[in-house]
Design a protein around this ligand. Structure first.
Ligand SMILES: O=C(O)CCC(=O)C(=O)O
Ligand SMILES: [Fe+2]
Length: 302
């Protein structure tokens, strides 16, 4: 079992919080976030509405099939580990992106009346928690706390809710089928809520063979937060985007991820404080949208 640090976002001592965040991101790339300001009742409602959506007939769900990375992705449609030969991950999901650009797809009002409002409120509340957390992350890197704002990353951030449903035992064969196969997240940070059903695991050392996987238990009221690959690139691997996966669930499981990615035009390049002559940048600068597009292409095989 992984013993992950707990970060209190409401602590008045921001420098001490920043130190804990730094240690958590260097050692684990994963931590629990408490007192994050997202209403617990709202989280419950999101899980209820998510379950309502996934219970709709498949024909209705397919009417909202994923376009512009918004909407419904059916069972086995995604493979988070593109090196696996299996048919895909045993989960279905639904994506909700930036609220302002009108590209989102919504279930019919008459089917799920308070669905859109619930998701929009959740989007805004988690975005605001994520924004606060990124200012602590900036402090933890010895940058100004508004670093990510000033450089434009948080100007219309490319942030997504992903509702996830793992349907439980489908009696699948011995094939390599995971709920979510091994991957690291692509963006800046991910804030994950789960329904408490176990399954999430992390691998702290991707290069060690055989890989060692540790369970990440859920903690009531806390988000599990992890660092994405773009922060790993910005920090020249000082902060880790840790490999994780969800075991093939025997029991039905729901989770809700919030991926906070920078503005599409943002250039992600090694921070000055994270490189030196002895430790040159490991990655060339890259435009955020180019990086994401390539990662999504590999995940969906198209
Ligand atoms: O469902 C989970 O617990 C994790 C999902 C995940 O890692 C992802 O969607 O990127
Ligand atoms: Fe993930």
């Amino acid at each position: 079992m992984a013993e992950l640090p707990v970060i209190d976002l409401s602590s008045p001592d921001r420098f001490s919080t920043a130190n804990s965040v730094r240690q958590a991101c260097v050692e684990h790339g994963f931590f629990y976030l408490v007192n994050h300001g997202v209403d617990e009742e709202l989280v419950k409602k999101v899980f209820e509405q998510s379950s309502n959506f996934f219970s709709l007939p498949i024909e209705d769900k397919m009417k909202l099939a994923r376009k512009n990375h918004r909407g419904y992705a059916a069972l086995y449609a995604e493979k988070l580990d593109p090196t696996l030969s299996s048919k895909g991950d045993s989960k279905e999901s639904f994506y909700i992106g930036p609220l302002a650009d009108d590209l989102n797809q919504w279930p019919l009002q008459e089917d799920l009346p308070s669905w859109k409002g619930t998701m929009e409120t959740y989007y805004q509340q988690v975005l605001s928690a994520g924004t606060k957390l990124l200012s602590v992350i900036a402090l933890s890197l010895k940058l100004d706390e508004d670093f990510f704002e000033k450089m434009g990353a948080l100007n219309e951030p490319y942030a997504f809710i992903r509702l996830l449903h793992y349907p439980g035992d489908l009696g699948s064969s011995s094939e390599d089928i995971y709920g979510a196969s091994a991957h690291s997240d692509y963006g800046m940070i991910t804030l994950l809520a789960t329904d408490g059903v176990p399954g999430l695991q992390i691998c702290r050392d991707k290069s060690k063979q055989p890989q060692v996987w540790e369970d990440v238990p859920s903690m009531t009221g806390a988000f599990v937060v992890n660092i994405g690959d773009m922060i790993e690139r910005w920090t020249n691997c000082l902060f880790r985007s840790t490999l994780h996966r969800v075991l093939p669930p025997r029991q039905e499981r729901y989770s809700v991820a919030f991926f906070m990615d920078p503005n599409k035009d943002c250039i992600v390049e090694c921070l000055e404080s994270c490189c030196s002559e002895a430790c040159p940048p490991r990655f060339p600068p890259i435009k955020s949208s180019d990086y994401l597009q390539e990662r999504l292409r590999l995940t969906y095989g198209s």
